[in-house]
Design a protein around this ligand. Structure first.
Ligand code: NAD
Ligand code: ZN
Length: 352
């Protein structure tokens, strides 16, 4: 089969690789019908994630059809159409039983990312993929959900919902600000609607992303390049500050922005992955009774989100801005990597 193989910083190729095979009775093999590219794939390609080794197939988002089932898998059969979770987890260890799937103690957790726990397994940007712990890492898809609606459920929708909205304790009537209207920030904007906020303010540098955020449920937009961006946000809260401030960029400046606009007693939910250290004065949180949360997505809300997509309460297909054939994946990376120019949001690779 063919897969997108990482060959060290800056190097990748769509090339022939061995077909995946069942290695453990808990595995299944999935024929990919759709996969997407994530911002973290770009980080890996830059060489920011040293645990991803030369020769690894990239990707951790995908949808497909099961072609082979390990002998211990009882809830899936050949021919099932499935959503692949970005977190592959055993479902049985102490952490999985607590819902902290991203820290699964099983020896092969974290499908496709292959880096968070140092488990190196091949990813979803390929014609076929092996999914470990398939019983607890795949979700059967009803025919009514298209690939484009399903694939944001692999990572961005649970991330926005769990690490942004639920950690931020968004409640009825709250004013929520989401800093960064990329796919993850937009997923937080979309899932915040499930909790009845009075306002959801999108904050970004990019005017096009801000425009788009309205279609995901932003009630107000603020361009963070403006000198008075903070005054604009505060004016939308009668000067009080937002109840929940969600950081979805991952740089020190936007983390500080999230702190600057939260009201006393509010919550800052950090979603962004920070490559460099941020300065945090804990006494500022103390004196203003502000809670700070962060974390790695667990995908424990995926089944709920899947139901909501099925009921058309989450328009998940809105994320897909471009579609390419799977074999054109290198061109797709180029379009995704130049998002400011190409206005790409999620680039869907579709198999024949
Ligand atoms: P992205 O790069 O596509 O989007 C980031 C957005 O932030 C862009 O729209 C950009 O214009 C905007 N931005 C940049 N600088 C800004 C500034 N100074 N002020 C306001 N906006 C600014 O990223 P994404 O794919 O949406 O992911 C967002 C973050 O979430 C990343 O850090 C990613 O690594 C992280 N993430 C975290 C988890 C988790 O488990 N916690 C999971 C997935 C992704
Ligand atoms: Zn586990």
């Amino acid at each position: 089969m063919k897969g997108l193989v990482y060959h060290g910083p800056g190097k990748k190729a769509w090339e022939e690789v061995p077909d995946p095979v069942i290695q453990k009775p808990t595995d299944v093999i999935v024929k990919i019908t759709a996969t997407t590219i994530c911002g973290s794939d770009l980080h890996i390609l830059k060489g920011d994630v040293p645990t991803v080794d030369d020769g690894r197939v990239l990707g951790h988002e995908g949808v497909g059809v099961i072609t082979e089932v390990g002998s211990a898998v009882t809830n899936l059969v050949v021919g099932d159409r499935v959503l692949i979770s970005c977190i592959s987890s055993c479902g049985r260890c102490a952490y999985c039983r607590d819902g902290v799937y991203s820290h699964c103690l099983g020896e092969e957790g974290v499908s496709g990312l292959g880096w968070l726990l140092g488990h190196l397994i091949n990813g979803t940007q390929a014609e076929y993929v092996r999914i470990p712990y398939a019983e607890t890492s795949l979700y059967k898809l009803p025919d009514t959900i298209s690939d484009a609606q399903a694939v944001p459920l692999s990572d961005i929708l649970p991330t926005g919902n769990e690490i942004g909205v639920l950690n931020g304790r968004v409640g009825v009537g709250d004013v929520v600000a989401v800093i960064g209207a990329g796919p993850v920030g937009l997923a937080a904007i979309m899932t915040a609607q499930l909790h009845g906020p009075s306002k959801v303010i999108a904050v970004d540098l990019d005017a096009h992303r801000l425009d788009e955020s309205r279609a995901f449920g932003a009630t107000d937009i603020v361009q963070s390049g403006a000198d008075d961006w903070k005054q604009q946000v505060l004016a939308l809260t009668d000067g009080l500050g937002v109840d929940v401030s969600i950081e979805a960029v991952g740089i020190p400046a936007t983390f500080q922005m999230a702190l600057d606009i939260v009201r006393p007693g509010g919550t800052v939910a950090n979603v962004g992955v920070h490559g460099e250290s941020v300065t945090l004065h804990i006494e500022d949180l103390w004196i203003s009774n502000v809670a700070l949360t962060t974390g790695l997505v667990n995908t424990r809300t995926t089944p709920t989100l899947l139901k909501l997509v099925e009921q058309q309460r989450l328009a998940a297909d809105k994320f897909v801005s471009h579609t390419f054939a799977l074999s054109q994946i290198e061109e797709a990376y180029d379009v995704f990597g130049r998002a400011a120019e190409t206005k790409a949001l999620k680039v869907l690779l579709s198999a024949d």
